[in-house]
Ligand binder design. Sequence first.
Ligand code: CTP
Ligand code: MN
Ligand code: MN
Ligand code: MN
Length: 388
Amino acid sequence: LKSSEDTPSFTVKSYACQRRTPLKHHNTFLTEALEILAENAEFGENEGRSVAFRRSASVLKALPYAVRQMDDLKNLPCLGEHSQRVIKEILEDGSSREVESTRQSAQFQAMKALTGVFGVGVRSADRGFREGLLCPSDLIRTGQKLNKAQQAGVQYYDDLNRPVTKQEALAISQIVERAVNSVLPGSIITLTGGFRRGKEVGHDVDFLITHEEEGVEEGLMPKLVNWLDEQGFLLYQKTTRNSYLESKDGPARPPNNMDRFERCFSIFKLGQCSEDSSAVLETGSDDSGTTDNVNGTTRQQPGSSWRAVRVDLVVSPFSQFAFATLGWTGSKLFERELRRWAGQEKGMSLSSHALYDSKQQRYLRANSEEEIFAHLGLEFIPPCERNS
Ligand code: CTP
Ligand code: MN
Ligand code: MN
Ligand code: MN
């Protein structure tokens, strides 16, 4: 006979890629607090600490109930001593002093504002803060040397910090589809990133492009970018060519987690979306968007007929498409955990290009995400449940 349990027990697996994490969950008041600490650790370039807080938050996202007391955390993995202390304080007092003082601190706020500029990373934001910069307009006021990306980041700051809606993402999809089909008919275009995971809004729109005929996708990006630019859809773009070398025993392993696909980080000029349907496709030659000049930064006025939107374009050879799709769908923590699972539990090495089995000393092919999960000995987790 089974012993009866008085408390329903819910087990949570320890790797984020072993569990289902929906977009909406029951512990936002706790996860937001832990993620402030994670973000602050990133600003201090303390990766270990940041990942620890992100893993704790992620476990709480997977719970089918709201945590009310410390007892509700019994048997949960990944909750370190520090995270538990923060959770306890929030449950008892309604907030955590450490989280609130972090949130209020001048350094955290400045780092948040400065890294919020497209093209400004943690390193330059930190340098700026130590020189007394507190907000994006300080970059202009103090005459900082800015690269092209950062200049665009300052110029379109307001637009780029306004969430991109699903509707706007679909409007961009239509433009990208038109562009890709003009330069390489028959291409396959997938919306990846947060929107593929079911998010209602995002900070950008991510696309992965491939073609069934291996090889014809080579050189696609410059043609695509040209087309978009000629039609006036690009406010900024930086294209990086494919640096992934196929050696004779298979694809070489990238030196870090950054993949090597042909890619383009861009800023699109998107015509105003109407309420119910797709965007009015407006081109750059008709420059009806009114702008004004604020502290040397060009800012779009509310009511302008277009807005700037960050768009990431990635081109993958067909044979790597499943890996690229998995790698570009996220979440970032889910990806990280997949790679950790592969390495620590399976003796395999996973990237957005390939899966290498160290024991068998060979690459494992896959034509779908499902096959990759199967190779890894994992239950398939659909995109909308990868919101770790
Ligand atoms: N990615 C990547 N290499 C980069 C940038 C991103 O592989 N240089 C991957 C990330 O791992 C993530 C996906 O692309 O899985 C999407 O990244 P991003 O657009 O930053 O985040 P989203 O999850 O789409 O969330 P958001 O709505 O904020 O855009
Ligand atoms: Mn994204
Ligand atoms: Mn993001
Ligand atoms: Mn992106």
